[in-house]
Design a protein around this ligand. Structure first.
Ligand code: GUN
Length: 273
């Protein structure tokens, strides 16, 4: 069993991004919008800012109280879309209940949508046109697979979870690389059998869901989940101790997909259209 070291790979990618930024004719400027006082969101946003600083990308966090109106938020996005100094816009999710998330994401210019969540970028990926940006988590996972020389073409890939942030774009990106993709979700029957026979498993659920005896000893297991178990320890979707002896590659939690997501986002933030 080989650990897929997301920490080490992310540092390599951040170095490459830093070089790329230094060679640009102008400095990219990422604006991160944080609405409300979600503790986890604040940590994520601060981590994004720190990573941006490290690679020479200018970043600004704009904070709004949780009672900001949808109109005011849309107006801010419009202002940022029209500001030539701003090259990337990211609205941290989740948003408060009274704000329509799809409306906000759709308002971000596709050419500044570093998350790749705008329907134009999602649609471009779906129809085989190049999106301006790929969503950071699945893009980071592909980068990690590529770093380890793991072949995707022709493989049976099982994606567990169908979120717009991870599951759906992950499936599209694996499909683009010529994998045969199965998307599993809460209504899927016989999940264990699908996992056992897969070549590549990507789990993005947020629950301990992968804990079967692997039938395919050459399988590659990617754990997107990160949460605290009943003892307060950070853990993922995959029962690492149970499953890891019977696979070829596996990501640790933490130190796997998490750091790759940040590096992948910085790669996106270094692009100027
Ligand atoms: N909340 C959880 N993941 C993400 C992400 O990738 N982007 C944004 N904007 N918010 C998130």
């Amino acid at each position: 069993m080989i650990l897929l070291d997301g920490k080490k790979t992310s540092l390599k990618i951040l170095e490459e991004v830093k070089k790329r930024v230094a060679e640009l004719s102008r400095t990219p400027h990422l604006v991160v919008i944080l609405v409300g006082d979600n503790v986890a969101s604040r940590i994520y946003v601060n981590n994004k800012k720190k990573a941006a600083e490290k690679v020479g990308i200018k970043s600004t966090i704009i904070e709004f109280a949780s009672d900001i109106t949808e109109t005011d938020l849309l107006n801010k996005i419009s202002e940022l879309n029209n500001d030539n100094d701003i090259t990337g816009i990211l609205v941290q999710l989740p948003l408060p209940e009274h704000i329509n998330r799809s409306k906000i994401i759709s308002a971000i210019s596709p050419k500044k949508d570093v998350d790749g969540f705008n329907p134009e970028n999602v649609g471009r990926l779906a129809v085989g046109m190049e999106p301006y940006f790929y969503p950071a988590t699945p893009q980071g996972i592909i980068m990690l697979l590529d770093e380890y020389g793991i072949k995707i073409e022709g493989k049976n890939a099982v994606v567990i979870g169908r979120s717009n942030i991870v599951g759906k774009p992950m499936a599209q990106m694996l499909l683009k690389r010529n994998a045969t993709v199965t998307i599993c979700h809460s209504f899927t029957q016989d999940l264990d059998n699908k996992i056992k026979t897969a070549d590549i498993v990507v789990s993005a659920v947020g629950k301990k869901i992968v804990r079967c005896k692997m039938g395919n000893k050459n399988s590659v297991l990617i754990d997107v989940g990160i949460f605290r178990d009943s003892n307060g320890k950070l853990t993922g979707d995959i029962d690492f101790d149970f499953v890891s002896p019977d696979c070829k590659y596996i990501t640790p939690v933490p130190g796997g997909v998490g750091p790759m997501t940040i590096a992948s986002l910085m790669y996106n933030a270094s692009k100027i259209y």
